[in-house]
Design a protein around this ligand. Sequence first.
Ligand code: GYE
Length: 607
Amino acid sequence: MIRKVLTLLAVMTMCLSLTACNKAVIREKEHVIGVSLANMSEQWRLVLKEELEEEAAKYDDITLIISDAAGNTEKQIEDVNRLMEYGIDLLIISPIDTKALSPVVSSVYSEIPVIVMDRVVEGYDYSLFIGPDNELIGEQEAKKVLELMSERNVKGTVLELRSENLASDERSDAFRSVMNEKKLTTMNLLIPEATRDCAEDNLADFSSYAANNIRAIFAHNDYMAYGARLALEKLGKEDVIVVGLDGYPGPGGGLEMIKSGIIDATVSCPTGGIEAIRYAVAILNGESGVPKKVLLRSTVIDSLNIDEAKEPITIEGGKIRVGYAQIREDSAWRKANTDSIIKAAKEFNIDLEVKYSETSLEEQIEQVREFIKDDVDVILLSPFVEDGWDQVLAEAKAANIPVILSDRSVSSKEDMYTSFVGGDFEEEGRKCGEWMLSDMGEGKARIMELLGSKGSTPASLRSKGFNESFRDNPNCEVVYSAYADFNADLGKIVLSEYIKENGLDVDYIFAHNDDMAIGAVAAIEAAGYRPGVDVKIMSVDGTKEALKMVKKGKISCVSECNPLLGPVLMKAVTDLCEGEELPLTIVTDETVFTRDTDKSLFKGRKY
Ligand code: GYE
């Protein structure tokens, strides 16, 4: 009894001291993590808080101090400053206003690691971003509504119940783009408070249904979906399809609503609380393999799959066995990529078998089949092209062998693979476009684009990010584009032939990778022109040879695409085999190099 009283007194003292003191936290434990939450009124933030606390409780050297900004940006800034006064070792923040909080996060990041959650701040001054893939969520919702309407053979208008926040906008854009593609009519209603009662009150008007033939409702959270169902029941419109979002377990959550038939389906939107603590511990322990950005997996849930349990991987004794289908490619990037993965497998004590393909889809598919037959624990795949993977991924899934995509992705549905680990290709292209816009001023820009391998994710997404960056600028025009397959010789041939035909009549060249850019430089110089003066070149990767050309001014801007994926991949494989659920997308840290880049960043490059 005395022991219990003493323990109680000790805990109370610590709590009081945390509340009362405004200087260094009394360090009962080794690491103190500060958490700044935007509010604790929204349900998913309460779930986030619970997950953070439950996961932190598993570590006996972690103390959490959680602050609630109650939806007030000024208060959130004060909260962060106070947490810093406590002497926290790492900050986890879910910002209210990303613009207002960006400088605060940047300042904290100059002193301690920062994990940003849910809404990313401007720039890259943070250790790690964890959030939902809002575009994917919007697409999943739309595809589920379409599937249900088709199953029930109903046609008509789809009503969207929205709430006022950034995530809602991104999800809604993706939702409506799928609906527009399928030529369905949509309407949307902004619900002032994203609650059941507010949704029910706002849907009480029968006339809008009759007038617009509404046959399905997508609500941006399960509570509004519940309110919609109550309103529909009062109106005798039980046949209208209702799909929600979030899919929380427990009483009153979306999963219970599905089981009781209140809503037809939902899409899970994990908060990332568990991942935040796990990555925070890895950061504080100086572990390798911590990425720059992770997007969490969201899953479509209905009455048919609600009880499907994910089978954890069982490792039959000994080492984890990994089969890796890698692209054979004579490039500095690919060599660094392969070396990094082989080296990390050794460091993580993983048994790795690598099969190389001369960039043929059929050959890679056969290699994956061989790994399935060998019953490896995990398959790593660097798919040369995006399309054509559905069948063999289904075979891997049937064999309960997870597939992690490395450095390139596939067009198969997101439930056909476990995770993608690699660069943010669209961002890489956008960074090059932004540099060009900053360089060109008010003048006109005639642009040439050297495209990577046709049908590969880096080529399609780099092009998308680059072209979208100047979409609204009438002075920019892509006057010529050609495939050069990420290859230096082809880059040189394309430029030589173009110059022979037209002279060098472009102002900027965007090459999807360094090899093609280096080939272009050789052709430009062979034709007697000066790269960096007569034409400015932007590329992606950040290889040593390209960075040398940046320093000489021959290439003007290189957006990094880090090939050193080994540690991140092997940490993901290890986490997976320890029963953790992996994020859907794991992005490595990447920077941009120009002549103005701090010289220190050019030093010690590993590829
Ligand atoms: O940018 C290029 C290589 O898949 C991201 O492939 C990788 C790309 C890389 O050919 O150099």
